[in-house]
Design a protein around this ligand. Sequence first.
Ligand code: PMP
Length: 405
Amino acid sequence: MSTAPIQTQYDAFKQLGLKLDMSRGKPAPEQLDLSSGLMDGLDGYIAQDGTDTRNYGGGVGIAEARALFGELLDVPAAQVVVDSSASLSLMHDVVVYSLLCGLPGHAPWLSSQPVTFLCPVPGYDRHFAICENRGIKMINVPMGEDGPDMDVVEQLVASDASIKGMWCVPKYSNPGGVVYSDQVVRRLAAMKTAAPDFRLMWDDAYRFHHLGEEKTGMPNILDACAEAGNPDRAFVFASSSKVSWAGSGVAALAASPANIAWWTRHAGIRSIGPDKVNQLRHVRLLQDKATVEALMERHRALLKPKFDIVLAQFEEYLGQVPGVSWTKPSGGYFIDLVTPPGVAKRTVALAKEAGIVLTPAGAAFPYGKDPEDSHIRIAPSFPSLDEIRQAAKGIALSLRLAISQ
Ligand code: PMP
């Protein structure tokens, strides 16, 4: 590492004229190529049960796609709906149907104000955008190493009936890579809530997205809720966005039979049926859990070196800097770079001047407000290995310059 003053090092880096967008966790083109079989064309458009996938209907998805996600999520196929090309739209719609129409046996959330969600932080900016844009108040909950601080969560949900929901990314959370412990999962399933129509928005976006050798498991949230006497508490979401193609994949919602019936009723008003042709070609490609796991292994082979390079660069350029730390995720798509208080925004601005676009500082918090201004989300997946090596150095130099100013 150079001993030149940090301003000189930063200026030299800036001279390289880099142009990199690391603002979102997008799969790289080589990852998308792994699913190029989707372009090969279908050897027919008739589903197992004789459904012509080219036509309207089949609001819950074709049987084989429900079976596939049932196997992937460890849920009976009858409790799975396959719909849409990505899962965020399903999350959005669950929130909106709950606000407007109410959950089974309950009044619309909108009929009493405020409507509040708990948001473990740092968390996923698009979850928070759904709440902010649909008029739902958000309360930050601190995230620990094994999930949200459950003492805080239990106390809040037990005492405040306006708390109708909670965002959860249980495995390899965005951005901290946190994996919920078994105990956290069971406490979430069993906790007493003042709102009888409280729901866990269980976003299992990274269920198969391991970076390490160990394939982290977790109790099944639907079973845990049922065992605790709260069978309707969780909506589980997943998609093939980072398995096949992001935004052109298939998404699934899994829930209790009552919740599935509720969803089907409301989704049937929105659409005459999902893109079943896309579902069929995905089933042909992804086949079963073993095939998906083998594909994810190939993703891992492409992603892991990129994460390793960022971690190595951070170690080299930031290892000795007081107050700086970063997560070392065993899966998912992100690294959370933690800065001393008050310098994250400035770091992101300096990185931008040096040609590296990062997720805006604060984005991982409701309303875009990181109270400490100390978290930067690093998304290493999209750029090439060489670009990532450079970018991680540029981010580190930007942070050191921000601290020194
Ligand atoms: N949930 C989380 C936690 C994510 O990080 C992402 C993608 N960045 C999504 C959901 C989006 O999923 P989809 O493409 O299925 O809408």
